[in-house]
Ligand binder design. Sequence first.
Ligand SMILES: *Cc1c(COP(=O)(O)O)cnc(C)c1O
Length: 360
Amino acid sequence: MARVFNFSAGPSVLPEVVLKEAAEEMLDYRGTGMSVMEMSHRSKAFDAIIKEAEQDLRDILEIPDNYKVLFLQGGASQQFAAIPMNLMKNGVADYIITGQWAKKAYEEAKKYGKAVAVASSADKTFSYIPDCSDLPIDEDADYVYICHNNTIYGTTFHTLPNTKGKILVADMSSDILSQPINVSDYGLIYFGVQKNVGPAGVVVAIIREDLIRDDVMPFCPTMLKYKTQADNDSLYNTPPCYGIYICGKVFKWVKEMGGLAAMKVHNEKKAAILYDFLDSSKMFRGTVVKEDRSLMNVPFVTGNEELDAKFVKEATAAGFVNLKGHRSVGGMRASIYNAMPIEGVEKLVAFMQKFEEEHS
Ligand SMILES: *Cc1c(COP(=O)(O)O)cnc(C)c1O
């Protein structure tokens, strides 16, 4: 068995212990004589799996009691439509455009009401987070929308925007569980799980109860109405059972690692190793302004496309895979999510150092 160091932006590396445990339980889940993939979502065994997953997530994030946790499907992108259909009461929402995912959410919201781009960093290829301390928030805005960590560009909100009392909605697909957050700062947090938590297909929404309403847009599909899912404890129809089971295991792993405070230390350590090297290198440089750097996604370039391609090729051959940057940024991107061990980043940096010596 040869495991590589997988720097994929998503789907991405999962903790090895979780994969091993899942393998052990594949044919016979705890004496049921079947795989979790094969059991009824109404069974006792699955009921325990989904309840425990929710409780563990609540414990880790310290989710207040007046928030519901929903296990949904359709990926993060499905929420781009679900959010305006459920939350636009006045038909207005303000969007902060810090990258492609925020932009896609904004474009989708325009179908349902007046979506306003109140800030953007498109002018510099989304390499920074705009100043959001005094934005022209619409008086009628039902919410202010952010993408908390910009997976493609490698920026993150270190300070939340001043929403002037409006509800904050955040896409945390690529940085959930990477460090502690204060859930009550948000009306709705959602994340597609395939970056930091589990297999693609599951999306988790953490939503304040008063935002779960019956009077959503009349054409809102039953499946996309938060109330449908909340009233049925995420079991309105067959949920992505196996994916939820793996998410549950990752939540347990985070707990065992010491929770989010420990994850933060672990992630800061890894990010510092890589950023310190980028700041001292004469060949490689990061593409993002320092103060907005992400802990999770680190884009970098050599400034020479041929050299970039050569680096990616040689790195792949050496077992550092999925380092090619997003097509809109070029160069390289190392995604160093929770499950990436420190060793993976140390070895990558050693490889980069060697590459630099050999090619300068
Ligand atoms: C990956 C990603 C998405 C898209 O997720 P899907 O599950 O493919 O729809 C949305 N937002 C962010 C921040 C992402 O990283």
